[in-house]
Design a protein around this ligand. Sequence first.
Ligand code: GDP
Length: 526
Amino acid sequence: MSHLAEQLAKRRTFAIISHPDAGKTTLTEKLLLFGGAIQMAGTVKGRKAARHATSDWMELEKQRGISVTSSVMQFPYGESVVNLLDTPGHEDFSEDTYRTLTAVDSALMVIDAAKGVEDRTIKLMDVCRLRDTPILTFVNKLDREGRDAIEILDEIEQVLQIQCAPVTWPIGMGKRFRGVYDLRHDRTHLFSATHGGRIQTGEVIEGIDNPRMDELLEDQAAELRDEMDLVQGASHPLDLDAYRAGLQTPVFFGSAINNFGVKELLDAFVDYAPPPRARATHERVVEPGEDKFTGFVFKIQANMDPAHRDRVAFLRVCSGSYKQGMKMRHVRIGKTVQVANAITFQADERKRVDEAWPGDIIGLHNHGTIQIGDTFTEGEHLKYEGVPYFAPELFRRVVLKDPLKTKALQKGVVQLCEEGATQVFRPLKNNDIILGAVGILQFDVAAYRLKDEYGVEAVVEPVSVHTARWVRCDDAKMLARFKEKAYENLALDGDEQLVYLAPTRVNLQLTEERWPEVRFLATREL
Ligand code: GDP
């Protein structure tokens, strides 16, 4: 096997999807502990405290700051190299999450045993389905009273429309929680609460019929056997092909906070989860094992290092390898750049990366030339297909307190928009700056950061824009006529693309009817 093929086969790149509070942060921390990426429980905390204070700017800043430092985590596990891409917890940052999901090869869904399938999980599942992303499921918080395991599986199958194949099974729940039975290895792992630590404790009993089971679990041993007969009759057997096609999810049970059931999950994850797969570009399908380097940017983040005020573009390597100092072609702008100082992300430190392989994420220093969705290659003209920009649903006008700061404002707004969370629109008819976002929190973040990072005191105020549509028309004459007639409602986005800002839904409808040759797009391909 070539070195590239070897490295590629080891890579597992994934993200965790869940509804807030299901236990994503806790589980992340335990996974990092097992991977040896952190030494102590408690390191990944902090994000939590920030999440609830949603209206407080300082807290917001903190949340952003903290989730930034750990937004990509790489750690070795057994023979594998695992890349875990973090996604923001708050739903106002969901676009960021959707884009991050384009950069993974699989996902891990965390479900709270008491709450079952929740809203956010349903949405994220829909996003995963766009690319048939394989999903493992972890049912968490078994140490608390929750729903019956069979009921949870039913709900996942019904609501999320995916087959469930239990790989472990809980013995009791809440006060009666005694451990998990591992169907794969026919062994039982008895519950023992260990808050932290790398080592999993608790006795392991081989074989479901082992008399030791009856000795220790008493009645619950017989209950488990009965339940297993039922489950194995009624549920789907594990089928890795179906899992990798996104049709079936292997299910694990445990308690993240007690570090219980997490090792089984991680062991199975590195076994089952797919290594990097072929990916589509507009031109052709690229195999990860191709010699030549290719990759795309799925996220841009400012202030990775508050001392330096830098912006980093997160690039997922899709084929070939990155070597320090290599030359890459930045396809959209047609320039070749030499990259000497890409960085990788370990749990709590950044360091320079010497090489990176398909599935890995590298950070490129960005001075304003890189945009989300950009493809880098060794020369070939390729463009990776990505998640588009969505038309924002909320709009605000930015008003300066000090009119002399217009330049700084423009610079600040453009840079914030590069990160993709807010979008900027500049009407043709005046010098207004209108921000669009999917979540209301984005405006607070924008105003706060304009002040903090660009020294611009600005407020955001309501503006009569209901929605935005990117305008396309193949007939240049027609387009010119449209521009003249609709001038009042037209604007340019951050990329100088023409956008129609509709004051009302009815207005949009009428305009669409009046101009059948013009297309009004709700999304813009990156
Ligand atoms: P996130 O919002 O999905 O990141 O959730 P967190 O990991 O922050 O967890 C939400 C809450 O559930 C926290 O108070 C955790 O301590 C708690 N929690 C997480 N895992 C477990 C578990 O296995 N059992 C119990 N009882 N609580 C848990």
